[in-house]
Write a protein that binds this ligand. Structure first.
Ligand SMILES: [Fe+2]
Ligand SMILES: [Fe+2]
Length: 352
């Protein structure tokens, strides 16, 4: 990457792109403008009303516990924590940019959706800002202005945005709340006050997820046909695959707060999968004996790939050593996709 004129050495360069770096998304805004939500207006209005209340208006205020030196945190734990903050901040900011743009584009033609996206952009900006202040406590930061101007955007059709953002909001909720509950039980592991904020914070993510659920259910083509089942199945698998890789790559951070990465990964995925049954036509059979076994094998291969990348071997040798690992990961993913998903739409119809 070319040199960037930062005034102080303590400010970090934009993070290195890897497979797991949070991405920035753009979509077909004209297709969103055309959405007909009239049949589900009441339900959507109820969700928007929850966002309008702004329960966390006064939540993201740093209290006095932040006013101290954090130099006592040893370097390994410190690096793992900064990495956690950095990726979380980038992914919150990515949500902010997408929601803000959606709100702007929908303002004239679909004021209700524009209002909802505006509230969600408000929340994500708060989350990203709060994380960035935490990074400053560790003499680090993400240059959000630079990121918004210089990141490349990945295009997703709006249907994919609905599946992917719904899942990322709900998995975000479970990640934060499970960490919060763990630290409530083990307060001696809470080495920094940020974690105390997660309980109300994750309710924002939960409400964002509820909005996307209402939006998804308002569009029958997103749940009542084979394409919807195909994409729901694929997005569930890809989100859980990415989550597993991220958790094991950050194992040191989780261990530093007394969380067993494997146990945490399983809980987050199981809970998110159960939650997704309220929105998606299918969910995954996470109880299948191969399910977590194959995901964990993928994460072990991924760790080996990182080790190879970071080694000082020649580019050619690195390439050759990586091939069997990549092939094996693809093989596991194909076998995982071949596991029969659970059809929750038919159960929903029976229950009425
Ligand atoms: Fe957020
Ligand atoms: Fe969110």
């Amino acid at each position: 990457m070319s040199t960037v004129p930062y005034p102080e050495s303590k400010v970090k360069l934009p993070i290195k792109e890897t497979l797991l770096t949070p991405r920035f998304y753009t979509t077909d805004f004209d297709a969103v403008v055309q959405l007909d939500i009239s049949a589900h207006r009441t339900e959507l209005e109820a969700v928007v009303e929850q966002l309008r209340v702004d329960y966390n208006r006064h939540h993201f205020v740093r209290d006095r516990e932040f006013e101290q030196s954090w130099d006592n945190i040893d370097s390994e734990k410190r690096l793992a924590f900064i990495d956690f903050l950095e990726r979380s901040c980038t992914s919150e900011f990515s949500g902010f940019l997408l929601f803000k743009e959606l709100s702007r584009r929908l303002r004239d033609q679909n004021p209700l959706l524009a209002e909802a996206f505006g509230y969600m952009a408000r929340d994500e900006a708060r989350h990203a800002g709060f994380l960035n202040k935490a990074m400053a406590d560790f003499n680090s930061s993400v240059d959000l202005g630079y990121l918004s101007k210089n990141r490349t955007y990945t295009f997703f059709p709006f249907e994919w945005i609905v599946y992917a953002v719904y899942l990322s909001e709900k998995i975000g909720y479970w990640r934060y709340i499970l960490m919060y509950h763990h630290l409530q039980k083990h307060p001696q592991k809470q080495f920094y006050p940020l974690f105390r904020y997660f309980e109300s914070w994750c309710q924002d993510e939960n409400r964002h997820g509820d909005f996307f659920k209402a939006l998804l259910r308002s569009q029958p083509q997103l749940w009542n046909n084979w394409k919807a089942r195909f994409w729901s199945h694929l997005f569930l698998l890809l989100v859980f695959f990415t989550h597993t890789l991220t958790v094991f790559e950050r194992a040191k951070f989780y261990q530093s707060i007394g969380i067993d990465p494997q146990d945490y990964n399983i809980k987050v995925i199981d809970k998110t999968n159960e939650t997704a049954a309220r929105a998606f036509p299918v969910i995954l059979n996470t109880n299948h004996p191969e399910f977590f076994d194959r995901l964990h094998k993928c994460s072990q291969h991924h760790l080996k790939l990182i080790e190879i990348n970071n080694s000082d071997r020649s580019q050619f040798l690195k390439f050759v050593q990586k091939i069997p690992l990549v092939v094996s990961i693809i093989g596991h993913l194909l076998r995982l996709y071949a596991l029969k998903p659970i059809d929750v739409e038919s159960v929903r119809e029976t229950v009425g």
